[in-house]
Design a protein around this ligand. Structure first.
Ligand code: PMT
Length: 399
């Protein structure tokens, strides 16, 4: 992601959800960030500092008065070094102390001294969370510029059902990454399609392809991190919707077309990463087709062509709108992609060679050729999120 290798401070206070922070620390470290964990006494009751030390490969700080390794004022140096702070879980006690200016341990003093953005992720029993004192403290902290993440609703460790769950690690990491990313797409409206379409024969069977949606979702996520207002039109996938992205779910190509048509005019950038089925069964049956009704050896299914959504967008493109298509090719990659670029009136095409079974459809990585009318840029094999960022860099460059 744009804006990697940051100094991130994770403050862990005394709640059972502290265990989730092990995965948060691990994910951030794997992404290349320098993660510094500070634990309160309560936090250490749930997870040991050694766990975080081994995961982050950085010392875990717990106490205001233990002498620092080098001479430095510990809370000031940790506060200065942090580019962002996430306090998770943030207990009612920690929130209360912060709201009242109490700095009586290492974590509260660091947060008091830090100029970095601070995200608070409250996690506690639903009745504690609903307590007017906690709510007033949170309102006050929001007014003072702290960002408060909404806790999730569901089963709580105390046995209650309700609001108070710490968001899942992947979501916490998304919040952080979004904050850390340079907002060079802010003010831009971006529409992205992702995933396969399903073209039904009958209520239980359909024609589809191997698209997992990963490429389109990575683009949506990266554009949202970079400040764009993103709408994602998604065929059926197993993926979680990216944070801060309005996701519209469709199944058939005709539904995808309707959703795209509805939103296209207001977009600055449109990226069609979806693998739209080119054909659909001509006579989808209302009832399940019975095996017994097809006794002959071969059964023929008539197909109708689906509309080419991207080609239609190319025809109605408004001035200033930037249209990006994908090309999934198994041979003559650059010639076929250049042909699609021209015929569909695109500004850019991302061509992937799908003859390699380890790349393209459903893989974590992809290798693409980015083409415009005047340029051609072959990229190495990369993770789809990294690739999404490079595609967005190219869009900014050529737009
Ligand atoms: O989803 P993943 O598992 O991450 O896989 C990613 C991907 C391989 C699906 C993606 O990288 C990709 O190549 N997407 C486009 C696949 C495709 O349908 O290519 P195509 O060459 O058939 O179509 C060319 C372009 O026209 C595409 O932008 C497609 O969205 C669009 N199209 C195609 C047919 C149609 N009826 N309407 C369209 O808009």
């Amino acid at each position: 992601m744009k804006g990697l290798n940051k100094n991130i401070l994770l403050g862990i206070t005394g709640g059972i959800a502290a265990y989730k922070m092990v995965e948060v620390a691990s994910r951030l470290t794997k992404l290349g960030h320098s993660v510094h964990v500070v634990m309160t006494e309560g936090g250490r009751q749930f997870v040991t500092p050694l766990t975080f030390q081994n995961i982050t490969l950085n010392p875990v700080e717990t106490d205001l008065f233990t002498p620092p390794r080098h001479y430095e004022v510990k809370h000031i140096s940790l506060a200065d070094r942090a580019e962002i702070c996430l306090i998770a879980p943030a207990t009612a006690n920690f929130i209360g102390k912060l709201a009242n200016g109490i700095a009586d341990d290492l974590l509260t003093t660091i947060i008091m001294a830090s100029k970095a953005p601070v995200l608070l992720a409250p996690s506690m029993n639903v009745n504690m969370f609903d307590n007017p004192i906690v709510q007033e403290n949170l309102t006050y902290l929001r007014e003072k510029g702290y960002e408060v993440l909404e806790p999730g609703t569901g089963y709580l460790a105390c046995g209650y059902e309700g609001k108070g769950r710490l968001p899942e690690p992947a979501e916490l990491v998304e919040y952080l990454l979004r904050h850390l990313t340079v907002k060079d797409f802010s003010g831009k409206r971006v529409l992205i399609s992702a995933g396969p379409t399903r073209e039904p024969f009958d209520p239980v069977r359909f024609l589809t392809n191997y698209s997992s949606g990963k490429m389109g979702y990575a683009l949506a996520r990266a554009a949202a991190y970079r400040g764009a207002e993103v709408k994602l039109i998604s065929g059926p996938t197993d993926l979680n919707p990216p944070l801060g992205v309005e996701t519209i779910y469709v199944k058939r190509a005709l539904e995808m077309k309707e959703a795209v048509d509805c939103l296209a005019d207001e977009q600055d950038i449109i990226i069609m990463a979806a693998a739209v089925a080119d054909f659909r069964p001509a006579n989808p049956q209302k009832d399940k087709i019975k095996k017994s009704s097809h006794k002959q050896e071969h059964t023929e299914i008539k197909l109708l062509p689906n509309p080419d959504i991207l080609a239609e967008l190319g025809k109605r493109k408004r001035p200033g709108q930037f249209l990006v298509g994908f090309a999934a090719e198994s041979r003559n990659l650059s010639e076929n992609a250049r042909d699609k670029l021209r015929k569909k009136n695109l500004d850019m095409i991302i061509a992937n060679d799908i003859s390699n079974p380890r790349l393209g459809f459903a893989s974590e990585e992809n290798q693409v050729l980015i083409m415009t009318a005047s340029s051609s840029n072959q990229l190495p094999q990369l993770k789809k999120l990294k690739l999404a960022d490079i595609i967005l860099d190219n869009i900014l460059h050529y737009q």
